[in-house]
Design a protein around this ligand. Structure first.
Ligand SMILES: [Zn+2]
Length: 452
């Protein structure tokens, strides 16, 4: 037997103990939305990290604290930064829970508790992996740093400044996050990036107040038409975003990405069926996976003006507004894209008000990374199946703090079942996925150690 087989056997014989300790963690609320239990749980998890022999500290921020820990750093070995978050979403509505959110319960092969998938169960699995490795060797196969945030569920407002101010302390060769669900098919996966997001609002103004459309139509300016015309200059019916310079910075799709997209693609017919539609958005011929991973979007979130009540009202409204979001891909930035939208609005409708809502930059780790292969091999070894490689998540997470601020490749290797019900009542984690997570955590550190 090699070391990893011993480690897996150790994990197997310590199942009861692992579950008991996870339950102890889950019983402690740590709700970042209003602060309940945050300070206590930061102390608690710092204690767990210290118990593994890591130097652990609680780092204050202007919000809830970060918990940081590091193993002894041996220069010849690669350094892995494990990121997770110890805060959880509020459990409301409490009445919809079958068992109380902070009394972890086993049912149908699953652990039910607030935070079990998002994210306590997943990063606790990483910590148990460290413990299992240390049961067989005095040193870890690679240097490990752990960063646990207390504000992920409220949008990570202090993560970027914390990483900027602590680059030396957080210095690593790669970052691994275990959060979110595995692929919707249930297959293990490794994710290499996320799309960014940026938002804005446009407001068109007419007369001082709403007017009679018969007395003033054709005389007073019409803000609703103005907005409709402006919007029509921003995206063509063929689906091309026509804001000047919008596509300028986009990274072309590489061969490994193409191959990965081919493997995870879903047919148009399947998507049409599941959405109850007979056509998809333009351009019609583009694959679904490619749309979600590789292309930016401009979505109208809401368009508001005038009368929408029963019957007719012959009014000429004096104001119209629209809210939009854009999903961004590597190497677009929130700053540059919003500048281009603003310049476009200034050119086409100079008197329309432009309001920025900020956003989050995209993040992408190249699939050619030297760490792709050890991580792939580790997941395969620990879970017995080939993981799907996903170039990017369609949604947005603050991974850019690692790839852009810290400047290192970042990978997400999720452990939770697709129906984990995170943020919802009856959040759960399949028991076997928790143990697969511990094995995967150990295998990743072991395989990464071989690259040193
Ligand atoms: Zn969450």
């Amino acid at each position: 037997m090699n070391t990893l087989d011993h480690v897996y056997a150790y994990i197997e014989t310590h199942r009861e103990d692992a579950l008991a300790r996870l339950f102890d963690y889950l019983r402690r609320p740590s709700i970042s939305a209003h602060g309940e239990g945050i300070a206590e749980v930061a102390e608690y998890i710092a204690g767990v990290l210290g118990g593994l022999g890591l130097s652990a500290e609680i780092c204050p921020t202007e919000g809830w604290p970060m918990v940081f820990a590091a193993s002894e750093q041996i220069p010849s070995r690669p350094t892995v930064l494990l990121y997770g978050h110890y805060d959880v979403q509020p459990p409301d509505p409490i009445d919809a829970w079958v068992s109380p959110p902070f009394e972890p319960t086993l049912r149908n092969g699953r652990i039910y508790a607030r935070g079990v998938g998002d994210n306590k169960g997943q990063h606790f699995a990483q910590l148990l992996a460290i413990e299992a490795l240390l049961a067989f060797q005095d040193e870890l196969p690679c240097n490990v740093k752990v960063l646990l945030e207390g504000e992920e569920e409220v949008g990570s407002p202090h993560l970027a400044p914390f990483v900027s101010e602590n680059k030396a302390r957080l210095a690593a060769d790669l970052v691994i996050t275990s959060d979110g669900p595995v692929h919707e098919s249930g297959r293990a996966c490794i994710m290499f990036g996320v799309r960014g997001v940026a938002g804005f609002e446009l407001r068109a103004h007419g007369a001082r107040s709403d007017l009679h459309s018969g007395n003033w139509g054709g005389v007073a300016p019409q803000p609703v038409w103005q907005l409709v015309h402006l919007l029509s200059t921003m995206r063509s019916p063929e689906g091309r975003i026509t804001i000047e310079g919008f596509y300028d910075d986009i990274e072309p799709i590489g061969p490994l990405e193409r191959e990965a997209l081919r493997r995870i693609d879903v047919s148009h017919a399947t998507i049409k069926e599941s959405l109850g539609v007979d056509r998809l958005d333009t351009p019609a011929d583009r694959g679904v996976a490619e749309r979600l991973c590789e292309w930016p979007t401009l979505t109208i979130n809401g368009l508001h003006a005038g009368y929408g009540g029963p019957g007719m009202k012959t009014v000429l409204p004096c104001v119209a507004s629209v809210k939009c979001d854009m999903r961004l891909v590597e190497r677009q930035t929130v700053e540059r894209v919003l500048e281009r939208v603003e310049a476009h609005v200034r050119r086409h409708a100079p008197d329309v008000e432009f309001i920025r809502y900020g956003g989050m930059d995209p993040s992408r780790t190249p699939m050619e990374s030297p760490y792709t292969e050890p991580l792939r091999a580790a997941v395969h070894h620990a879970q017995g199946e080939e993981p799907l490689l996903i170039p990017a998540l369609g949604g947005s997470l603050p991974d850019y703090v690692f790839t852009k601020i810290l400047g290192v490749p970042a990978f997400t290797v999720p452990y939770a079942n697709p129906d984990e019900a995170n943020h919802a009542p009856n959040e759960n984690l399949e028991i076997e996925r928790f143990f697969a997570g511990i094995r995967t955590g150990a295998a990743m550190l072991w395989h990464l150690g071989q690259t040193g």
